[in-house]
Ligand binder design. Structure first.
Ligand code: PLP
Length: 426
């Protein structure tokens, strides 16, 4: 197919007029669509309503380790929940602490504690002149806002198909003691859908940081969120690899059941080495008496084990896959071969990552807004909201209905073509 850049100017002008008319027709419809945030749809939330049936007024409210979940106590979480999360994160229950409804809040707390108290006896980061974090890009906006809120300098590290550029990661981490952490979403990354290769995981585990208190923030938010549960992608177990490499304390692994049951209302967990777990509990005891153990017990009894989780996730996939297929089908029919865009083809997670020609992402998102379609702000996938190329746009198809996703992506394809032709004509 002829790329738009090589098409003659008259033909482009005609196409531009046609697209403009099409865009105006969409605009006239007064639409109100939203493909901005990666939230489960109502249909997905309905899948978990039976969670409310596992605990009744007649239920035994004691955990297997004898804790009355209705009362205070149990800082690290009841055994039932630690066993389930241990199975989920492929580690022993003693390496797991259960938290409340948000893993993001654990990450914020870990950074906050490192700032004020330090990690395993090292100098609190707030007392240092400079603290830096590596940020694989494009990445998750809320990770970046955690580190930005503490004044931590963020350094972009480009993503490849195998994970972050590990040559760069090694160079920064091993030569600069002010580099204290890196944000990682190792499976079905937000937004690129990247699955870290075995080599990437091993290179992470083998890092020899210049800073003793450097930590990998391994946010395994999409561990079981496959779009095709018959062909799940697997990654190496980072805790095990770090242990094997002789660096057990290098990593904090995080996860939650936000996109399994109810976001903000489920359970979340930190998995880490014995020393890290002790260090975190030591600080936590000044902060809270225990997290929501009723939710912990309900989740453990509802799922029973990983087979229960997997069966449940297959139901999510059945709802999500048609939406991702619709995005792929429309983008590919409308934009393939034109030389104006690339996009990801995720096998799981919640996002499609889209790249326009340089300098067009903001324009596309603004024009979508004018047509009544809200998208994630352009730049949001980069630290400081600054995409140096102004080209990355995150598409989140989960929350809208299938028909709304189709409609939004049809408009999106028109807008991308229109602004690309305008640029080429310049
Ligand atoms: N981590 C990643 C990579 C995410 O994409 C999200 C939500 O979109 C979260 C964490 C939020 O997790 P939680 O609901 O457990 O705070």
């Amino acid at each position: 197919m002829l790329q738009l850049q090589d098409t003659d100017k008259n033909a482009l002008r005609t196409e531009q007029a046609r697209l403009q008319a099409e865009y105006d027709r969409f605009k006239a419809q007064g639409l109100s669509l939203n493909i901005a945030r990666g939230k489960p749809s109502k249909e997905q939330l309905d899948l978990s309503m039976d969670l409310f049936t596992v605990l009744t007024p007649n239920s035994d409210m004691f955990s297997t380790d004898g804790i009355d979940v209705r009362n205070y106590g149990c800082l690290n979480g009841i055994e039932d929940a630690r066993v389930l999360m241990g199975e989920y994160l492929e580690t022993d229950k003693d390496h797991v602490i259960i938290f409340g409804g948000s893993s993001l809040s654990i990450m914020y707390d870990l950074v906050s504690k490192a700032m004020t108290r330090g990690i395993l006896g090292s100098t609190p980061w707030a007392k240092l002149e400079k603290v830096k974090f590596l940020c694989p890009v494009p990445g998750y906006d809320r990770h970046f806002s955690v580190t930005e809120s503490f004044g931590i300098e963020m350094i972009n590290v480009p993503m490849t198909d195998d994970g972050p550029d590990m040559d760069l990661v090694e160079r920064y981490v091993e030569s600069d003691a002010s580099v204290k952490g890196i944000w990682c979403v190792p499976k079905y990354s937000n937004p690129g859908g990247v699955v870290y290769s075995d080599e990437t995981v091993r290179r992470f585990a083998a890092l020899k940081p210049a800073a003793e208190d450097f930590r990998i923030f391994w946010d395994n938010a999409y561990m079981v969120h496959h779009l095709d549960p018959a062909h799940p992608k697997e990654i190496l177990n980072i805790l095990e690899e770090c242990e094997k490499a002789g660096h057990p304390d290098l990593v904090y692994e995080l996860a939650s059941f936000s996109k399994i049951t109810f976001p903000s209302n489920s359970i979340s967990a930190l998995a880490a080495s014995t020393s890290n777990v002790e260090d975190v509990l030591n600080v936590m005891q000044n902060q809270i008496i225990g997290h929501n153990k009723i939710s912990q017990l309900a989740h453990a009894r509802y799922f029973k084990n990983m087979d229960g989780v997997r069966a449940h996730m297959a139901k999510h996939a059945a709802i999500l896959k048609p939406k991702f297929d619709a995005v792929e089908e429309i983008l590919s029919a409308e934009l393939s071969g034109l030389g104006i865009a690339t996009w990801s083809h995720p096998a799981g997670g919640y996002f499609v990552s889209f790249n326009t020609l340089p300098g067009l992402a903001k324009k596309v998102v603004a024009k979508m807004k004018e047509a009544g379609v809200t998208m994630t702000g352009a730049g949001a996938t980069y630290p400081y909201k600054k995409d140096p190329e102004d080209s990355n746009i995150r598409i989140a198809p989960s929350f809208a209905t299938l028909e709304e996703v189709r409609e939004a992506i049809r408009i999106f394809a028109v807008v991308v073509k229109l602004v690309s032709i305008e640029k080429i004509m310049e």
